[in-house]
Ligand binder design. Structure first.
Ligand SMILES: N[C@@H](CCOP(=O)(O)O)C(=O)O
Length: 467
């Protein structure tokens, strides 16, 4: 399997190289040169497989030639046996033909664990072989950070630097990052917002000279293809559980960086009969405005009760645009330059947008609607949604095209992570699970830095271990 850049002007890479590369040299994102596809018969034959075995079927074509089949199996067994539910990704029914896919059974209680637990093991595997050490640099609006730290803290060859917006993640989210002990783990609270953090991460990948040439940066955000890849599996798992491939399915995905929903788009390309993908955003609604009005305009970021989705620029949208532009890298590079300039309103050719609208719908959900949905679902079922999942359920109910097709909302996180929203909805905050029971008493370690690239890069260079 080879990987190519969305902007058409960077070398083709192997999986191993993509894993260790954040942004492509031309500023684009890596995607598979050819997407592996499966026939309906083959997919049907996987119906009774446990999660790890299904994961091996779906993932092996992406890593073949770089990761040994047996080694991948061992990694998948290790990763998903550590989840809190034997089904790994259980479905919870909330209405007739309507489900929440619980993706919060991993160690940090968010869907990010699915990929980042695996990414840590993949890094160990390839870095040992290459005798290399790397610096992990990531930006988080709340969930990626702790999942990245948890997934890579045991890696022998990494220093980890996670940037989060100071005061703008929930207490549980922050503590899940700042209480993990290790000389190689650094939490940087940026005096700015998530986009400031993400911009600094991307700029650092573009010019890594601040590391003085000794190490390379590795991405834990969904700009890293390995993140998307691992997230494809739970689409197959849930769809098979509900009768695919004979029966079509639809998904609503609470979306910030567009990575999770792009994984669903990939699953469809690989052969899964997905009829509809709903882009569910909070009031940081750049994608909804774009999909509904054909106007791409980045507006100032708002701080909401769904902090993980407080993102103004959705990195992975570029991967979808690459397909809509028929893999015309130079044309996409020109479009991305206009989009990233954040000055004008950018529009797409109507035929390209029409192509996207065949599969995607979108909806922006405000805080009152989010709270009301948490209350409504609880009243109807006794099931407490986290606020991000509630955004997804509201969008699912408003945008659903066909009541006969099962609608699955991705349950992106556990409600215990979002005390403010849970209390505003009038509920008691559930108890933290056993392994996090003393989280609020643990000692925290973090550094507060201004949102200045040179300062952040200087900090990383100074704290990185040198041989
Ligand atoms: N929603 C994320 C923000 C980063 O997105 P990613 O999927 O690219 O890691 C978070 O919770 O940190």
């Amino acid at each position: 399997m080879k990987y190519i850049s969305t902007r058409g002007n960077a070398p083709e890479l192997t999986f191993e190289e993509v894993l260790l590369t954040g942004l492509a040299a031309d500023g684009g994102l890596y995607v598979p040169k050819e997407v592996p596809t499966f026939s309906a018969e083959e997919i049907a034959s996987w119906r009774d497989l446990p999660y790890t075995e299904l994961a091996h079927k779906v993932l092996y074509p992406f890593v073949e030639g770089c990761v040994d089949s047996a080694a991948l199996k061992t990694m998948l067994d290790e990763v998903y046996s550590g989840f809190g539910h034997k089904a790994v990704a259980p479905l919870q029914q909330i209405d007739h033909n309507e489900y929440v896919l619980e993706l919060f059974q991993g160690p940090t209680l968010a869907f990010k664990d699915f990929a980042l637990q695996l990414l840590g093991r993949l890094l160990d595997y390839v870095l040992e072989r290459r005798h290399e050490k790397v610096v992990i640099m990531g930006a988080t609006s709340g969930d990626t950070g702790s999942a990245a730290i948890e997934g890579t803290k045991a890696c022998r060859n990494v220093d980890i630097f996670i940037l989060h917006p100071h005061g703008k993640v929930s207490d549980v989210q922050r503590r899940q990052m700042t209480t993990v002990v290790g000389d190689n783990i650094h939490n940087i609270a940026i005096e700015g917002n998530f986009d400031d953090a993400q911009d600094m991460v991307k700029a650092s990948f573009g010019d890594q000279s601040f590391l003085r040439g000794e190490r390379k940066l590795v991405a834990v955000n969904s700009i890293n293809w390995a993140r998307i890849m691992a997230q494809i599996v739970y689409y197959f798992y849930s769809a098979l559980n509900l009768g695919a491939p004979e029966r079509a399915v639809a998904y609503s995905v609470p979306t910030g960086n567009f990575g999770d929903i792009f994984a669903g788009y990939m699953a469809k390309k690989m052969g899964l009969p997905i009829e509809q993908l709903i882009i569910a955003t909070n009031s940081n609604d750049v994608l909804h405005r774009f999909m509904s009005k054909n106007q791409y305009e980045v507006r100032p970021l708002k701080h909401t009760i769904t902090p993980s989705m407080d993102i103004a620029v959705s990195s992975n949208f570029e991967r979808l645009l690459f397909d809509l532009y028929d893999h015309d890298g130079p044309a996409l590079a020109e479009l991305m330059a206009r989009m990233n300039a954040k000055q004008d309103i950018v529009t797409l050719d109507e035929d390209k947008l029409a192509k996207a609208r065949e599969l995607f719908d979108s909806q922006a959900v405000d805080e009152n609607e989010t709270i009301a949905t948490m209350q409504q679902v609880y009243d109807e079922t006794g099931y407490l949604l986290d606020p991000h999942t509630a955004v997804g359920v509201k969008a699912a109910r408003d945008c659903r095209r066909n009541q006969q097709i099962p609608m699955i909302t991705l349950g992106t996180a556990h409600p215990v992570k979002f005390e403010e929203a849970v209390k505003r909805a009038g509920f008691d905050v559930p108890a933290l699970p056993h392994h996090l029971a003393d989280l609020m008493e643990r000692e925290e370690k973090l550094d507060v830095l201004p949102a200045e690239l040179a300062t952040v890069q200087g900090f990383i260079a100074e704290k990185t271990f040198h041989d």
